[in-house]
Design a protein around this ligand. Structure first.
Ligand SMILES: Cc1ncc(COP(=O)(O)O)c(C=O)c1O
Length: 375
């Protein structure tokens, strides 16, 4: 055993891989426990159905046993309705776990991963944690993905491109025609990850899943956290080519989804009318808030999610504080804007009351955008 001294002496504590200590952190929503309306995390305001609660209780009784090796029942249930082979799918503890698996399996040191920015705050963290370099392509003036710039940014080092549609936090949607055009421009050896966490809130709801047959480099992420209202249980799924799915299974942890989460997700999946009713309620509230903001001269991007983006620019923190004063927690991004998750009409009224206490907000809005539908 050798003991080193002086300059060559190793650090006194274990050190993570380069880059880990400089990763950005996830933001926390302000004072969740003390607010009346939580509009900061894009969750569903609707608690689980009685049938889901029953399934949770029943599954809990078997908690002394491991769940299936790979969320098998959930995979089979979802694959059947989507018309996919179960071999093309994986289940995970939320779609985020599956994104981490994708990135760490397909990218590493020396590789690049492209995504739009601003987008979901997990992307820089997970790309960095995989050891790859993030290439962030600014959203265009309408807060949409700049797909031309994203395609042009592909280099020999690019391993993956993430497309977030609807985009968190701006809500903007990449429509099917745009996506197909983009997929034709990305070389077939580059993975395209389509993050569809909010897809159910986009009407009409055509599915990226239909593109898998034509684009074997496409991987689609979906979740039970948003429209299905199971954020607290952690369940999501991935659909891709059988080849991508097989590679991911090689690198995946066993038992990725708990018995309770599998049972709840399978029952929630079997209640599509309930999910559709929740979505319809949220979409109506989203359009109402967009129209009331428009009445006040505040134009927001048309959203396909369960949230709206108010591009308040330098007034973002002020608006966040005004919302907290009205007992609503929202998500503010410094100097950029505020994301409001839709809930019930009372919460919307509180947000509007907050907006009315920030003088000159309309003038601070960045990138004036077209009027929302029905405004
Ligand atoms: C775009 C996007 N993708 C993925 C997720 C994470 O979803 P899950 O709960 O399935 O991990 C979120 C959550 O906010 C999100 O906004």
């Amino acid at each position: 055993m050798s003991v080193q001294t002086g300059a060559s002496r190793p650090a006194a504590a274990p050190q993570p891989r380069p880059g880990i200590t400089s990763l950005p952190g996830y933001s926390r929503s302000a004072a969740k426990a003390t607010v009346r309306w939580i509009a900061s995390s894009n969750e569903s305001p609707v608690p689980p159905s009685p049938a889901v609660l029953e399934a949770i209780a029943a599954a809990g009784k078997g908690a002394n046993r491991y769940p299936s090796l790979a969320g098998d029942e959930l995979v089979a249930t979802v694959a059947a309705r989507l018309g996919l082979d179960p071999g093309q799918m994986l289940a995970g503890a939320g779609s985020l776990a599956l994104l981490q698996l994708l990135l760490s399996t397909y990218a590493g040191p020396g590789d690049e991963v492209i995504y739009a920015w601003r987008s979901y705050e997990a992307y820089p963290i997970l790309v960095g944690a995989a050891g790859a370099a993030a290439v962030e392509i600014p959203l265009d003036a309408a807060a949409r993905h700049d797909l031309d710039a994203m395609a042009a940014a592909v280099t020999e080092a690019t391993r993956a491109v993430i497309v977030c549609s609807p985009n968190n936090p701006t809500g903007t949607v990449v429509d099917r025609g745009e996506l197909v055009g983009f997929l034709h421009r990305v070389p077939p050896h580059v993975l395209v990850v389509l993050d569809e966490a909010y897809r159910e809130f986009t009407l009409p709801g055509d599915e990226g899943v239909g593109l898998l047959a034509d684009f074997p480099n496409l991987a689609i992420l979906r979740t039970f956290s948003k429209a299905y209202g199971l954020a607290g249980l952690r369940a999501g799924y991935l659909a891709a080519s059988a080849d991508i799915a097989a590679n991911l299974r090689r690198a995946a942890l066993p038992f990725p989804v708990s018995r309770v989460a599998v049972a709840a997700a399978v029952v929630a999946w079997a209640e599509p009318d309930r999910m559709a009713a929740t979505v319809a309620q949220i979409v109506a509230e989203r359009d109402y808030l967009a129209a009331r903001l428009h009445d006040r001269g505040i134009r927001v991007p048309r959203s396909g999610g369960n949230f709206l983006w108010i591009p308040a620019g330098p007034r973002a923190r002020e608006l966040e504080a005004a919302c907290l004063d009205q007992s609503v927690s929202v998500r503010a991004f410094d100097g950029e804007g505020v994301r409001v998750t839709l809930g019930g009409r009372e919460a919307t009224a509180a947000v509007l009351a907050a907006v009315d206490t920030v003088p000159g907000l309309a003038a601070a809005i960045q990138n004036p955008l077209p009027a929302p539908a029905g405004a």
